[in-house]
Design a protein around this ligand. Structure first.
Ligand SMILES: O=C(O)CCC(=O)C(=O)O
Ligand SMILES: [Fe+2]
Length: 655
């Protein structure tokens, strides 16, 4: 059986992709050539193939909600429709609408027009082939052909309908579908705006709110073509992704293939004659502060001789200039429901869009440092446990000095503390842990590729295997995030943890820098002092999985809290004011793996400073320097010579 090895030594994948692209005939061309087996670059990796098996025969009848809009303007029915839409947008992110006011003839003509475009003679169609929108319109195959790991079995055409500056000129839309595309845009826009009104009402907003924000002002028309695939069990029609705009209106012919992720399972969306599918996209999830959900979906390769056609109209925001930034609406943010996402600008948005080909929630995953998780401090301080510090009011004048005092005490006496209300959403914490777990729980074959003890990305067991006296029961995944010279390239990070690791790094760095400011202030230093020294300039993430089961104090996991500890260099730089404290992990006695994600921060500006040591501000006649100055090579040549060790540096550099 064929397998998805894109690593066969003599296989020149890029060459094959280019050849396919230069043919300009798309996957329809491959199908028309009568080939019995699909080219290698379409073959999905095993972890995807295993999700393509027909589901076991269950009684599962769940399908996405169907909402009848017939009585949308009737006083008696309206509230019920609002309720249904709200539920659907929250729980499923997808729904089908019927009696939507778009004439059946328009649905049919639109599908037929897209089909006709794709089924024109090759020589007519290839004129339009391209990855840029030539004069406002283009036809191509696989929007992310060169970025995605694996190609999928679809072609598409696309053109902007709005705003004016972007939109294709009428004469640039091919004759064969011009009239139909323009008509569809009018109806799809009207339907999207009706639905947006209901969505606003569902969460207590003015019904025109989304429209005012320009949620329907940018519109992209995409006509998808999924020809019969000779090996539908080896590839997909369209890779899993979420839509990145505000809302999407989707029309398909009666050939199935669309699947959405619901409660961790791929659920088929059954084509319903005369219905139109609507889904929530990333920006609406953010603007609604998570009240509505942008849900992952994909299309399976087509098993029917007849082509599957879809017409997707993507809606997005335009009024970036007017608003400056977008984010959760203030009306939806409260003490009980804090902002889950930060405000973002046009630049933030576009620079995060599809970095890695089609992606899931590339926006929702932006590190949003203003978001706050709300946690109550434990009602009683557990005596004998490490301090718990609430960072909620870190920016409030009256509270900050008290927090500084707590952190200072904790860093001095314990070297360890847990922080709550630290600004990292619980969802991000959970997803990060889950991603590391998923990495470790992949099939051995997949994981083994990454096994090594060096490099930007490494998965291994026992970081100090050869140097330690005894091995311990853990495996780890190790990613350099900074400085640039060392950092793993984004595309080198295994996909299964990529966006989570990048997002985690954003949040963890922000938190580390916040805490370093407090620690600086605690010593009477300028609050930016540690940052200036580049204390957060070097960093790597360690995702540990611990496999099995004296005066060591247990750190009780506090849900939603993050553990912070002082490391050796900060003990030295603070001239012993802060303490780097010995710690260890007991072997896990639970069946479930214990997962931890540690981000280690270190200094990077060795060249600039030459040496580091106790800060002069902290050395005086009464408090002489406890440690000597040391250079980069002193530091690295003393690092873990004997396996993991306690206070290698602190001991070596003691005066
Ligand atoms: O073809 C379909 O049914 C879905 C298309 C889609 O999800 C997209 O283009 O974003
Ligand atoms: Fe989509």
């Amino acid at each position: 059986m064929a397998s998805a090895d894109n690593v066969t030594p003599n296989y020149d994948r890029i060459k094959d992709l280019e050849q396919f692209d230069h043919n300009k005939n798309g996957v329809k061309g491959l199908k028309d050539s009568g080939m019995a087996s699909i080219p290698k670059f379409f073959i999905q990796p095993p972890e995807v193939l295993s999700t393509l098996k027909p589901p076991p025969q269950t009684n599962y009848t769940g399908d996405i909600p169907i909402i009848d809009l017939e009585n949308i303007n009737s006083q008696t029915h309206h509230p019920e429709i609002v309720k249904q839409i709200k539920e659907a947008a929250k729980e499923w992110g997808f729904f089908q609408v019927i009696n939507h006011g778009i004439p059946i003839s328009i649905l049919e003509k639109t599908i037929q027009a897209v089909k006709s475009f794709h089924e024109q003679p090759d020589e007519v169609k290839t004129k339009y082939y391209g990855r840029e929108m030539k004069s406002g319109f283009a036809y191509s195959s696989n929007v992310d052909l060169y970025n995605a790991k694996t190609a999928t079995w679809h072609d598409y055409l696309h053109h902007w309908m709005a705003p004016e500056e972007l939109a294709a000129k009428l004469e640039d839309i091919p004759d064969i579908m011009r009239e139909e595309a323009v008509a569809w845009d009018v109806f799809a826009k009207r339907l999207a705006e009706d639905v947006m009104e209901l969505l606003c009402e569902g969460i207590g907003l003015e019904s025109s709110k989304f429209k005012e924000l320009s949620c329907s002002c940018q519109r992209l028309f995409v006509g998808g073509y999924y020809p019969y695939c000779p090996q539908p069990d080896l590839t997909l029609g369209l890779a899993p992704h979420t839509d990145s705009g505000t809302i999407t209106v989707l029309l398909t012919n009666q050939i199935s293939g669309l699947q959405i992720k619901h409660e961790e399972e791929w659920v088929d969306v059954k084509p319903l004659p005369e219905a139109v599918i609507i889904n929530i996209a990333d920006l609406l999830q953010i603007i609604s502060n998570g009240e509505y959900n942008s849900v992952e979906h994909r299309v399976r390769a087509n098993t029917c001789q007849e082509a599957r056609i879809s017409v997707t109209e993507f809606f997005n925001l335009t009024k970036w200039k007017e608003y400056g930034s977008f984010g959760p609406l203030p009306e939806l943010v409260s003490k009980e429901k804090p902002a889950l996402y930060r405000q973002f600008t046009e630049h933030d948005y576009y620079s995060n869009l599809h970095l890695n080909g089609l992606e899931c929630k590339s926006m929702v995953w932006l590190p949003f440092p203003n978001s706050l998780s709300t946690l109550k401090p434990p009602s009683q301080t557990n005596t004998g446990d490490i301090p718990v510090i609430d960072l909620e009011n870190i920016n409030s004048e009256p509270h900050r000095p008290k927090i500084v005092e707590q952190i200072k005490e904790a860093a001095k006496e314990w070297g360890f503390f847990q922080v709550i209300n630290h600004g990292i959403p619980i969802s991000v914490m959970e997803e990060t842990i889950q991603a590391v777990k998923s990495f470790h729980e992949q099939p051995d074959k997949v994981k083994a590729k990454y096994y090594n003890r060096a490099g930007g990305v490494a998965y291994s067991s026992n970081i100090d295997l050869y140097r330690a006296k005894a091995a311990t029961c853990h495996d780890y995944l190790h990613l350099w995030m900074a400085p640039e010279e060392r950092a793993a390239k984004v595309e080198e990070i295994p996909e299964i943890v990529r966006k989570e690791a990048v997002a985690w790094d954003g949040f963890a760095t922000k938190l580390a820098e916040d805490v370093m400011e407090l620690l600086s202030e605690g010593l009477g230093l300028e609050s930016s002092r540690f940052k200036e020294l580049s204390c957060s300039g070097l960093k790597f993430i360690l995702g540990l999985q611990v496999k099995h089961g004296q005066e060591w104090v247990d750190v009780k996991p506090l849900p939603g809290a993050i553990v912070i500890n002082i490391a050796d260099l900060l003990q030295i730089i603070s001239n012993g004011e802060y303490n780097s404290v010995q710690h260890r992990v007991r072997a896990n006695s639970c069946q479930e793996a214990r997962i931890s994600v540690a981000e280690f921060f270190g200094l990077s500006k060795w060249k600039e400073y030459g040496t580091f040591g106790p800060l002069p501000e902290l050395v005086s006649a009464e408090k002489p320097a406890l440690y000597r100055q040391f250079r980069e090579d002193d530091f690295y040549s003393n690092l873990h010579i004997n396996g993991l060790e306690s206070k290698t540096m602190v001991e070596k550099f003691k005066l």
